[in-house]
Write a protein that binds this ligand. Structure first.
Ligand code: SAM
Length: 294
């Protein structure tokens, strides 16, 4: 059988470099052979949570000096890491779970290390984002990752309003105590008909993948308290081209109606957009009469 270090060869692992290493998102077996090789090779491991990382390393028989680099000390800790790199060390960085820098610390460290002239070497691995997307289906061919929505209702509603015409699927992370209100807010802002994938506890014992619509999302979650527990990725279908066009047409007609009659506004909009004059006339009339939902 090929050994771990043989499998992980094929690339040099230079000294004086920062290795950004992905770790499991739940199932401890989801770590790559290269990650284990590099963690074994590293002189020091910088970690978001040294206790958690210590436990993970212990599972694999790896013991290394640890240094804490988390949300609250990332810039200052980056300077310490740079000192280790200056001394010629290989430093690995791991966040608490998954890929560093994805809704996790790591990005500021990467900036500082590169700015200081040292190499940054990424090691791919688990991420809740990619794991959920891999089980979503063809409707997620293009997507945007939005991470966590603002927790306050007003800020969340305006963030979602700004995304209402976004054509690509959208991926959100959410915590269990906000999952129901977030799914409800998504349905309120984006309408009930869009597809929604709820990916819960990925790679863990109670992994659940439920695909339905935004309208039935809150009901599905409410049907069993267990469905609201754990960690969540939400994947939401983007706006249909028709809906996005309608929105653009409304904006254009709104401007034209400030100066023109309904009929002229429809004619100009039809010339500019190539859309049906009759349809634009009906829309302009509804906007003029203050009935945008007609
Ligand atoms: N860096 C991580 C990654 O690569 O996915 C994400 C870290 S972020 C602080 C934690 C959030 O990711 C959780 O609140 C949840 O939304 C999502 N997440 C992490 N692990 C998950 C899992 N096993 N199942 C579903 N969602 C998960």
């Amino acid at each position: 059988m090929t050994s771990l270090s043989e499998l992980a060869q094929g690339q040099q692992y230079p000294a004086a470099a920062l290795y950004v290493v992905a770790t499991p998102i739940g199932n401890v077996a989801d770590i790559t052979l290269r990650a284990l090789h590099v963690l074994g090779l590293a002189d020091r491991i910088a970690a978001e949570d040294t206790r958690n990382t210590g436990q993970l390393l212990a599972r694999y028989g790896i013991s290394k000096p640890l240094v804490a680099v988390h949300q609250h000390n990332e810039l200052a800790a980056a300077q310490r890491v740079i000192e280790y790199l200056k001394a010629g060390e290989r430093v690995a960085y791991v966040s608490d779970a998954g890929t560093p820098g994805i809704s996790d610390p790591g990005a500021k460290l990467v900036d500082a290390v590169r700015e200081a002239g040292f190499a940054v070497i990424p090691l791919p691995g688990a991420s809740a984002l990619a794991t959920a997307l891999s089980a979503a289906g063809d409707w997620v061919a293009t997507f945007s990752f939005l991470g966590f929505l603002p927790p306050k209702p007003k800020a969340r509603a305006s963030a979602l309003q700004a995304l209402a015409q976004h054509r690509h699927a959208m991926v959100f992370y959410e915590a269990p105590h906000r999952i129901v209100e977030t799914v409800q807010a998504l349905a309120d802002a984006l309408g009930g008909t869009r597809r929604l994938l709820i990916a819960r506890e990925l790679t863990k014992l109670h992994e659940t993948l439920h695909q339905g619509t935004l309208a039935e999302g809150p009901t599905w979650l409410a049907a069993d308290a267990n469905r609201q527990r754990g960690e969540f990725v939400l994947v939401v279908e983007g706006a249909s081209p028709e809906a996005a066009n309608e929105h653009d047409h409304d904006a254009l007609l709104g401007i034209l109606l400030e100066e023109l009659t309904v009929s002229s506004a429809a004619r100009v909009a039809a010339t500019l957009t190539g859309a049906s004059r009759n349809a634009l006339y009906a829309r302009a009339l509804a906007l003029k009469e203050g009935k945008p939902d007609a």
